[in-house]
Write a protein that binds this ligand. Structure first.
Ligand code: PBG
Length: 326
């Protein structure tokens, strides 16, 4: 076996051509999913203060945005809805002409080939801001399941290509699979937020989606960030219940979880580069403390190197245009 001075690892780093030739991972536009916030109403196009460059659109304002996304060749969007009406049971989440159902129909009409993924959760739709039904001061798992199943079904009926439950109730993938299959949607995949941690990095999202819990926190359903074995059990469970794609969320502080999942499960693996991760980069770049483009490409490459096939990121549009110009 060669050692120095015969062995010189720097030999393969001498030029960009050489480096590119031996490169182990690449970020490709085709791997990206762009999250979008759709707010009920008309004529709304509002920037999210803590997420520069990210807007909340009413369904009638989606045209230009969706066409830009398609032109950039971003394959998919992930939709979050902000309804006008919130109640105890999140009924706007499964209303046939709820904000997401309207948005899905609009987008599929504008750009039929763009994959539309819908976030399936109740937190934006309940007055208390929790992801499930509240009984006393507890979040009731089993009463929540039929409502999630109903929500996923109504998204599929509106034309969603993939449904993505993010609530972290036990048994939701099974409940959703059964409800889709019973109604002729056997072909609709489930992208499950399989290992979703209770994270401070969701802060900006909750401002954008108006989904912060009004009391308590999400620690009784989202995962404790000290744990990794438990994440593998969550993933295993979702796969058994019928998940087609598994997701780990957040991404950046959880690269070890992504790597472990990649080593163990032969399923397509997504990582969610969440709102707080986006906001940190944007804030530092604005101060001139980071080269934004370099930092973002490094972060996304790290998420791929950890083992993710798919990255959900608010940077998707920027990255798509940067990759185009290289
Ligand atoms: C809803 C949901 C959240 C995110 C995605 N779906 C917030 C939460 O769980 O509180 C976070 C996304 C992000 O921070 O970018 N359950």
């Amino acid at each position: 076996m060669a050692v120095f001075p015969q062995l010189r690892l720097r030999r393969l780093r001498r030029s960009e051509r050489l480096r590119a030739l031996v490169r182990e991972n690449r970020v490709d536009v085709g791997d990206l999913i762009y999250p979008m916030f759709v707010v009920e109403g008309k004529g709304i196009r509002q920037e999210v203060a803590s997420m520069p460059g990210i807007f909340r659109f009413s369904p009638d304002q989606l045209d230009a945005e969706v066409e830009e996304i398609a032109t950039l060749k971003i394959p998919a969007v992930l939709l979050f809805g902000i309804p006008e009406h919130k109640d105890e049971v999140g009924s706007s989440a499964y209303a046939p002409d709820g904000v997401i159902q309207q948005a899905v129909r609009t987008i599929k009409k504008l750009v039929p080939e763009l994959l539309v993924i819908t976030d399936v959760c109740l937190c934006e739709y309940t007055i208390h801001g929790h992801c499930g039904i509240v009984v006393g001061d507890q979040i009731d798992n089993d009463q929540t399941l039929p409502l999630l199943a109903k929500t996923a079904l109504s998204h599929a009926e509106a034309g969603a290509d993939i449904v993505a439950p993010s609530d972290m109730m036990d048994g939701r993938v099974k409940a959703i699979r059964e409800s889709l299959d019973k109604s002729g949607f056997q072909h609709i995949p489930i992208l499950s937020y399989a290992a979703k941690y209770a994270s401070a990095f969701y802060g900006p999202f909750r401002e954008a989606a108006e989904s912060a819990p009004k009391f308590g926190d999400r620690l009784s359903y989202q995962m404790d960030y000290h744990n990794i074995r438990e994440a593998l059990r969550e993933i295993e469970q979702d796969i058994k219940e019928g998940a087609d794609i598994i997701m780990i969320k957040p991404a950046l502080a959880y690269l070890d979880v992504i790597r472990q999942a990649r080593n163990i499960f032969n399923y397509p693996l997504a990582a969610y580069n969440v709102s707080g991760e986006y906001a940190m980069v944007k804030a530092a770049a604005k101060q001139g403390w980071l080269d934004e483009r370099k930092a973002v490409l490094e972060i996304l490459a790290a998420i791929k190197r950890a083992g993710a096939d798919i990255i959900i990121t608010y940077h998707a549009k920027e990255v798509a245009s940067w990759l185009k110009s290289v």
